[in-house]
Write a protein of this length. Sequence first.
Length: 69
Amino acid sequence: MQDDAIVEHDFHCPYCDSPLTFEIDTSQGSHTTWEDCHQCCAPILVEVTMSPFSGELESVRTGRDDDVL
C-alpha cells in the first residue's frame, strides 16, 4: 500500500450523525466495505468507486448497513 493511495473522507454517521473521518485505500480499486462508527459503534456501509480509465477516486457513498446503495 502506498501512502499516496490513502485519502481521507469526511462524512456523518447515518445512525447518530456524528462527524467522522475514515481513511480510504484507493489502491484497492472500486470496492464495498463496512466501517464501525467511532461514536455509536454501528456498522456503516462504505461504497468506493474508482474511475476505470484514470484510476482516480470518483465517489464515496455511505449508508446504514441495511441500505441498498
